[in-house]
Write a protein that binds this ligand. Structure first.
Ligand code: SAJ
Length: 436
């Protein structure tokens, strides 16, 4: 790659991270070829359209496709920089599955040439970038690979995790700091020069294994801290305390910042990545493992409490507010809210109504349960019990006057002004708020 010329870039995997990344690199003026196994995804992008929801992504993709800076294909072609952004799910017993990373490596290896850079962005267990290097070295014995040759390597290989928040991906891709871990320091410098073309945040270089661990640690840190908040909510429940009040007061201490309890941890990152650390050091991770258990257990705590509440009011109509895994997004995958609502729907059928402004219809598991999708106005008019599962802005803005006569189970703490002290499920009367 010539140092001044804009590199041709190939982004492998056009999902929630790969597509925005490809579009941002294209916006910086590089010609980008996005590669995906799905012909449907490829066709959608080549029409200048998108297959995922993300703020401002549609306009960006439309613009770079129309200027021929971004195109998509199912085949990998030669380029100067390859960015791999494919899924790394876990398999049985929470074992990390890096097979998509390895098949991306196998697809890239035949087209590599001297001077190329290969960057892995997928969240990966420690050592994956080295495995990728080994795979490339085996497939291309003609290329000198970093860390296995004493001479100057022909190619550079690095790990650079994304750390963007769904809903703010474009902003955070540009502005967040990045850790760039090279197989060797030279690899890190090559990757750094590439990221500086489109990242405004500070890019810090390190080795590949440290960068891999850093990504896992960031999400495990958040998981452990959410687990603390969720455990506090269950303790408060037991002691008849309002957990929101306790946290609000504790957080007035200058060095205390407790996160927010909820119906459990959803999404594809925070509930998954800690297992990659546990898998790598099973004996040394009691805290991280327990945090996972606490957060998964919170879902069942919420289900049990909601079920007891619904059972205690046989004539009540119930509205479950939200299905998404967090506020103001349309992503319902791995969502505790969805699991809670679906469990209630299966058990209580037509008494259960779901409000989800981001859904056009209820997910498949609600079929034949009798539950229905309604809007917030109908819920406020017709329902007696509101189970708040997601803190969407549209729910937060419901004024007290419209919900004062409801029995509210607020798992997100969005309505601190809801009247009444914490009440145990089964209490009589309206206008009560169950706090956790
Ligand atoms: N949650 C709580 N209480 C809180 C914060 C979050 O219950 O105080 C819940 C949310 O409702 C949601 C889940 O946790 O169900 C995860 O939400 P999130 O907003 O914490 O994180 P994600 O999964 O959307 O994105 C995370 C981010 N990681 C960190 O904040 C350390 C993001 O920066 C990463 O890029 C992303 O994972 C990823 O791709 O790894």
């Amino acid at each position: 790659m010539k140092s001044e010329a804009k590199p041709d870039v190939s982004v492998i995997g056009l999902g929630y991270i790969g597509l925005p990344t490809a579009a941002i690199i294209a916006r910086a003026g590089c010609t980008v070829r996005g590669v995906d196994v799905s012909q449907k995804v490829v066709d959608t992008i080549n029409r200048g359209e998108i297959h995922i929801e993300e703020v401002d992504l549609d306009g960006l993709v439309q613009g770079v496709v129309s200027r021929s800076l971004l195109s998509a294909s199912t085949d990998v072609a030669p380029a100067d920089v390859f960015v791999i952004a494919v899924p790394t799910p876990f398999g049985k017993d929470h074992t990390p599955d890096i097979s998509y990373v390895l098949s991306a490596g196998r697809a890239v290896a035949p087209v590599l040439k001297s001077g190329d850079i290969v960057i892995l962005e997928s969240t990966s267990p420690v050592g994956t970038t080295e495995q990728l290097r080994d795979l490339i070295a085996e497939a291309r014995p003609d290329l000198k690979c970093p860390g296995v040759t004493r001479e100057t390597p022909d190619i550079a290989i690095a790990y650079c995790p994304e750390r963007v928040l769904p809903g703010k991906i474009l902003e955070e891709l540009t502005n967040n700091d990045r850790s760039i871990g090279g197989i060797t320091p030279r690899c890190a410098r090559k990757a750094l020069a590439f990221y500086k073309r489109f990242v405004r945040g500070t890019c810090v270089t390190t080795d590949a294994r440290s960068a891999e661990m850093t990504k896992l640690v960031e999400n495990a840190y958040r998981d452990v801290n959410i687990a603390f908040a969720n455990e506090l909510s269950i303790i408060s429940d037991r002691m008849g305390l309002d957990v929101w009040e306790v946290i609000r007061l504790a957080n007035r201490h200058p060095r205390v910042n407790i996160l927010t309890p909820g119906p459990g941890v959803g999404g594809h990152c925070i509930a998954v990545d800690p297992w990659f650390i546990v898998h790598g050091a099973p004996e040394e991770t009691p805290l991280i493992r327990t945090a996972r258990g606490v957060n998964d257990g919170k879902i069942h705590h919420v289900i049990a409490r909601a079920e007891a509440l619904v059972e205690s009011r046989p004539d009540a109509r119930i509205a479950c507010l939200g299905l998404a895994f967090k506020a103001n997004i349309d992503d319902f995958r791995e969502s505790p809210a969805r699991l809670v609502a679906a469990t209630l729907a299966r058990r209580f059928g037509t008494r259960i109504h779901v409000v989800e402004p981001y859904a056009a219809e209820l997910p498949i598991e609600f079929t034949d349960t009798g539950a229905s999708l309604i809007d917030i106005d109908t819920a406020l008019e017709d329902c007696d019990i509101l189970v708040v599962l997601v803190d969407h802005d549209v729910f937060k803005s419901v004024p007290l006057a419209e919900r004062a006569d409801k029995l509210v189970y607020d798992t997100r703490g969005i309505w601190p002004d809801q009247p009444g002290p914490t009440a145990a499920a089964g209490d009589k009367g309206h206008g009560l708020r169950l706090a956790s």
